[in-house]
Design a protein around this ligand. Structure first.
Ligand SMILES: [Fe+2]
Length: 247
């Protein structure tokens, strides 16, 4: 499997604090079937420099080799949107997904939908393709789930968190995430892991859930095929969406 959203670089954001914890996380990922991970640290909202990011990624890759853990790491950031983001992308201070045109975009949980639409237009005009990080967690989406459909029409890919399905972020996020899955409104599922314990990096349970509740093909699409298409900067596949019904 390929995990496009994991906070695995130590000391940069609210992810692991030490490189040892990073290595433990990656070991857990490997044991549970993940062999490719985007090092998606929070970007545009923490005080580290681009150089800090690249050095941390290079150092972790080097340490992984010495432990002989066969997991590949890819660059990317979970980019917080503000009016300076486009400039930072142009200056390469904000990192796209594996140097391609996809960006993993995050908004304030209380943001207004109109602002999000405008922000998406702004980055798309610059040539970037938007993957929206955990839409099921935003209050403005929970209040108005039909917006999910609108954002997909606007060519946003939807990345939900595996933990949302299992209630880690509350009943509203769980209900929205499950409804999105049933309505073909999800393109990618990721761990959004922040440490070895708590919000973990293991994708084993969500993989089993998707195979049992839906199908092997659906699990593969969300956990392997589309994430790998992001690595190669290829078009993300979207199934024919249905209108959302929440249960
Ligand atoms: Fe995240």
């Amino acid at each position: 499997m390929t995990d496009i959203h994991a906070h695995i670089l130590p000391g940069l954001d609210d992810g692991p604090e030490t490189v040892e914890e990073s290595i433990d996380m990656i070991g857990m990922a490997w044991e549970n079937g993940t062999d490719r991970i985007f090092a998606a640290s929070h970007g545009n909202c923490y005080p580290y420099t681009p150089q800090d990011y690249w050095e941390a990624l290079e150092y972790l890759q080097m340490r992984l080799k010495s432990y002989q853990i066969p997991v590949a790491l890819y660059p990317g950031m979970e980019l917080y949107y503000d009016e300076h983001l486009c400039e930072k992308l142009e200056r390469r201070e904000a990192v796209t997904m594996n140097h391609g045109s996809y960006i993993l975009l995050e908004f304030d949980f209380w943001e207004r939908p109109q602002q999000v639409h405008q922000a998406v237009c702004r980055v798309q005009e610059k040539g970037y393709r938007v993957i929206l990080a955990h839409p099921e967690r935003y209050y403005f989406m929970q209040d108005n789930p039909e917006l999910i459909y609108d954002f997909i029409q606007q060519d946003c890919a939807m990345q939900i968190n595996k933990g949302s399905i299992f209630g880690e972020f509350g009943a509203s996020a769980a209900s929205l995430a499950y409804g999105m899955l049933r309505s073909n409104l999800v393109q990618v599922i990721a761990s959004d892991a922040h440490g070895y314990a708590g919000r973990t990096i293991s994708m084993e349970r969500i993989s089993r859930f998707l195979r049992t509740e839906f199908s092997q093909e659906y699990a593969d699409l969300l956990l392997k095929v589309n994430p790998d298409r992001i690595i190669h900067n290829e078009e993300i596949l979207t199934l024919q969406p249905h209108h959302l019904t929440l249960v």
